[in-house]
Design a protein around this ligand. Sequence first.
Ligand SMILES: Cc1cc2nc3c(=O)[nH]c(=O)nc-3n(C[C@H](O)[C@H](O)[C@H](O)COP(=O)(O)OP(=O)(O)OC[C@H]3O[C@@H](n4cnc5c(N)ncnc54)[C@H](O)[C@@H]3O)c2cc1C
Length: 494
Amino acid sequence: MSKTAVIIGAGAGGLSAAVDLAVAGWQVDVFDSNSEPGGKMHQRQVGDVSINGGPTVFTMHWVFDELFKRAGAKLDSRVRLTESKRLARHAWADGSHLDLFHDMDQSAAAIAHFSDDQNAEGYRRFCAHGELVHDLLRDNFMATAQPSPIRLGYRLLRDGGLNALAVAPHKTLWQALGHYFTDPRLRQLYGRYATYVGSSPLSTPSTLMLVAHVERQGVWCVDGGMRALAQSIAELGEEHGAKFHFNSHVATVDCTNGHATGVTLTSGESVSADVVIFNGDAAALSDGLLGTAVSRSVPTRAPSARGLSAITWCINGSTSGFDLDYHNVFFADDYQKEFTSIFEEGRICAEPTVYVCAQDRVNGGLTRAGDERLLLLINAPAHGDRTTWTSDDLRQQREKAFRVLARGGLSIDFQEEACLATAPYDWNERFPASGGSLYGAASHGMFSSFSRPSAKTQIQGLYLAGGSAHPGPGVPMATLSGSLAARQILGDAA
Ligand SMILES: Cc1cc2nc3c(=O)[nH]c(=O)nc-3n(C[C@H](O)[C@H](O)[C@H](O)COP(=O)(O)OP(=O)(O)OC[C@H]3O[C@@H](n4cnc5c(N)ncnc54)[C@H](O)[C@@H]3O)c2cc1C
């Protein structure tokens, strides 16, 4: 008889765990409260168009290549990907613009033109350093089930020799960036990569410069959005026998003698299994949302440790005054204020940085006549369980964001009904116990990356997968976490 697994959640981590376990011959049942796979990889319906409302930057292609390969399939034949010529277009209030590219020489030339030769040379050093950090951490941290600082230090020295000292995690990213860039705009641009893991560049360790390297390795646009990627991974799981049950909220993880034995749905149905994987925010377990029997399965996470939330607007409208690319960032003047406001004062500053994903502009020109589909995002504190947002609050925040866009040259025209806002409160509803944090705990402090729970919990038979678990947030990392959970389960069952 094959072994059985129940997976709670069909987000990135739940999906990869489902594929890997199904491929290994396990009987897999995935339950999700939502009506389709993907979790944060979702679209919003705005009038008659669907707009990507979650992740838009697709990186670390290899994670998905390997997942599909293990299941006997090819990613490229299932999902249409177009490599972005430009990584992103950046704009500042003084009217300056900078495009960055996959190619280092092209970016260095753009930086020399935008700033000066000294900053272009700093950029090359930054890239070399980021690559070193990435290469050292890829196998020694990301792909390792339970990294410990001591073991990692040993492996870094073993594999990297004296170069390993360059990782310098005692410095913050913000401090480290000062060694590469004298131009404050470039420090701001590269500091923003901390937000990809829900963190402040002022507090995250300099090792997070590897995120910029990951992006420089390539960014792809997924035809149909990240939701299409999620659907394709779910189909892969189904081809290997995994069963998906949507609109099915799990009320409790059931335990017998301290061992997870299955789940009970809010409908009252109970499903038994040899193992249970939880793909929601790990804090939901310690907050008791999955029952008291598993409330001690993971360490409690203080609300103050949460990473960034966001306010997003999905808009179907027309734009003018600025030649948008697929990924665009409009910076405000005082970048440090943005993070002290959020993490120290619990509010959004007067001038937030605005990310704009122009979803109909793959590699430049508009691919659609008439209005275009846009996702706007500003960072926000993860207080979604404490603060509700009225429509007036949200309109005020939108006005702030639009002022920053206007200073960068962009105007957006739209009908009020063609704009859907999502606030920390809504994210918290969809991802319980997160407070609206989109990335689990913030990576603040030297050892923060080691404090994320690993796949194995304190309860036998209960495992974690997803962005709040090791190796961390982002679609590829959460996908890796699901595969690590599957690997741990297969090892434990052997
Ligand atoms: C606006 C936004 C922009 C982002 N941008 C990017 C980006 O550009 N690139 C990138 O790589 N990442 C980005 N991210 C982060 C990325 O989306 C996440 O890190 C990743 O998708 C998280 O995957 P996960 O495995 O943690 O599952 P999640 O997506 O968190 O899904 C968890 C699933 O579990 C289900 N669930 C939870 N509890 C229960 C229960 N009790 N019963 C049943 N089901 C349950 C939920 O319904 C959900 O479907 C972004 C996120 C957001 C929201």
